[in-house]
Write a protein that binds this ligand. Structure first.
Ligand code: ATP
Length: 355
């Protein structure tokens, strides 16, 4: 099936006041399916907002194309595109009721009153705000205001909804609740969402696919699990989730396993397939890939913090070198100063060629 959105070789440059140029989009290719939840993730200034604005039509491209449902969007002004945006700042009209805020676009478009009211009622029902029609934004909670903004964005039945950090103003609990609500709503509406966030956990829990961007270009696209378990390079590995990176040299092959060590003498075992003695690699292990074992990397716990039911440890290897971050479930008897051995399964190591 053809994708809903097809972005090809999108380029956008900005002149900086300092007299230089910035490539905000540097050859972006991206396909998005009709019912996909895709998150754009990347450091500040990597081009996420510029990409959203180019899709919605508030930014023009210097090169490349954006097609939606097979139609080139280039010549279409924002209001003619079947796309709507939810902003972090909601931008609700404070003097209007919830119902009028939500129905405003239909009002402007001249939709008759009875039809408009039916659409507003149906949309408020979808976002769980039935019964709040006559309230003003100032009489709502943060989460309810967010739902009004959502209702207003979906009432015209866009095929694609762009969400620019819509949850960042909410406190942690409400934010987690809204994450679930948003995902449920997206399933129910059956439309595509492109979501921008700075919060990796949010991206990992909500997305069908994550797009990791850096300096105007896409570094990796994939389902959250793939991006987390198989990052394509160091940048993605370090940007998504906590990680331990080891620059290792293969010492020898022993049956199914390759024995490797870092310059400091920390020893790791990898699957032997494709490995050669003397080869230099980057080995990646997530904190939960380590276990406290009878044998393994000897070290001392230098920090131990409980987060929920997980114990997060920093372990300084006996041989020296960077601290290793470890997360374990049952940390009974382990605290700062405890001597431990860190074990790991060879197959849990993700290998990047080269160092
Ligand atoms: P953040 O996460 O901080 O919101 P972002 O990934 O959304 O960042 P963009 O807002 O897309 O990043 O900006 C990309 C780059 O383009 C940045 O270096 C920014 O300074 C620059 N930029 C964006 N808009 C303009 C503009 N109108 N004029 C000049 N430079 C701009």
């Amino acid at each position: 099936m053809a994708p809903l959105l097809e972005i090809r070789a999108a380029r956008r440059e900005f002149a900086t006041p300092e007299g230089g140029k910035i490539r905000a989009l540097d050859g972006v290719d991206l396909d998005i399916g009709a019912n996909e939840f895709v998150t754009l993730l990347g450091p500040s200034g990597c081009g996420k907002t510029t990409l959203l604005r180019a899709i919605s039509g508030f930014e023009t491209l210097d090169g490349g194309t954006i097609r939606l449902g097979g139609v080139d969007l280039t010549a279409l002004p924002p209001f003619r595109r079947p796309v709507n945006t939810v902003f972090q700042s909601y931008a609700l009209f404070g003097h209007m009721t919830v119902a009028r805020n939500v129905g405003y676009a239909l009002e402007v478009a001249g939709v008759p009153r009875a039809e408009r009211e039916a659409e507003v009622a149906e949309t408020l029902e979808k976002v769980g705000l039935a019964g709040m029609e006559t309230r003003k934004p100032g009489q709502l909670s943060g989460g309810q205001r967010q739902r009004v903004a959502l209702a207003r964005a979906i009432i015209a039945k866009p095929r694609l909804l762009l969400l620019d950090e819509p949850l960042s103003a909410l406190d942690r609990n409400l934010r987690q609740q809204m994450q679930i609500e948003l995902k449920t709503l997206q399933d129910k509406l059956g439309i595509a969402f492109i979501f921008v966030t700075h919060d990796q956990e949010e991206a990992l829990t909500m997305s069908d696919r994550i797009v990791v961007m850096r300096a105007g270009a896409i570094e990796q696209i994939g389902p959250p699990r793939d991006i987390y378990r198989h990052p394509r390079n160091r940048f993605v590995a370090e940007f998504i989730g906590e990680t331990n990176l080891f620059l290792v040299t293969v010492d020898r092959i022993d049956g199914d396993t390759a024995l490797t060590r870092t310059a400091d003498g920390v020893e790791l075992v990898l699957p032997a397939v494709g490995r050669q003695p003397g080869e230099r690699l980057t080995a990646i292990l997530r904190p939960a890939d380590f276990t406290i074992a009878a044998q393994g990397i000897p070290g001392i716990v230098t920090r131990a913090v409980y987060l929920g039911s997980d114990l997060h440890l920093s372990v300084t290897p006996e041989s020296g070198g960077q601290d290793i971050r470890v997360t374990i479930r049952d940390g009974l008897g382990i605290g700062e100063g405890t001597n431990v051995h860190l074990g790991h399964e060879p197959t849990r190591v993700h290998v990047l060629e080269g160092t």
